[in-house]
Design a protein. Structure first.
Length: 161
């Protein structure tokens, strides 16, 4: 299981930081790859509420999240699933009244059922039939960097006009 943790200190009381976290108009500015909200339960962020969103092209695709626990002023835990993986994500807020520490951690719990089935059938998205293979994405990123460096070099050269 792979776990990732991110901690951020923001100026302001905990209640304000938490309200910003749950403000759906701000999600595109801080949720990695967020493109559009597909569905949001009216009771968000209360336990049992669902959020379904889609990433930008070449992202993870459709993401489904269900809140498993929520404590106002403390944070929430949710389960997430996309076409390839599923897992748990938590956010916790700690404040001294002037500044707030937001701790976010996520852990992949395994492959999503659809991805596991595709991998077993040899219909995965990777070159070798592995639904979790990231080789095609890595090549794409390296190519993108080369193009960016080439463009930057071309832009930096003095014009002969």
């Amino acid at each position: 299981m792979r776990t990732v943790t991110v901690s951020t200190i923001v100026e302001g009381p905990g209640i304000e930081a938490e309200q910003l976290w749950y403000d759906r108009s701000r999600w595109p500015s801080w949720i990695a790859g967020f493109a559009a909200l597909q569905k949001l339960g009216e009771e968000w962020p209360l336990e049992g509420a669902r959020r379904v969103w889609v990433t930008r092209p070449q992202g993870r695709g459709l993401i489904s999240e269900t809140v498993r626990s929520y404590v106002a002023g403390d944070g929430l835990a949710l389960e997430f699933e996309d076409a390839k993986v599923r897992g748990v994500q938590r956010v916790r807020f700690e404040s001294d009244g002037a500044r707030t520490l937001a701790d976010q951690d996520g852990a992949e719990a395994g492959t999503a059922p659809a991805a596991a089935e595709e991998a077993e059938n040899g219909n995965g998205t990777g070159e070798d039939g592995d639904a979790l293979s990231s080789r095609p994405r890595r090549r794409g990123r390296r190519g993108g960097r080369r193009r960016s460096r080439a463009k930057a070099s071309a832009d930096a050269e003095p014009s002969s006009e």
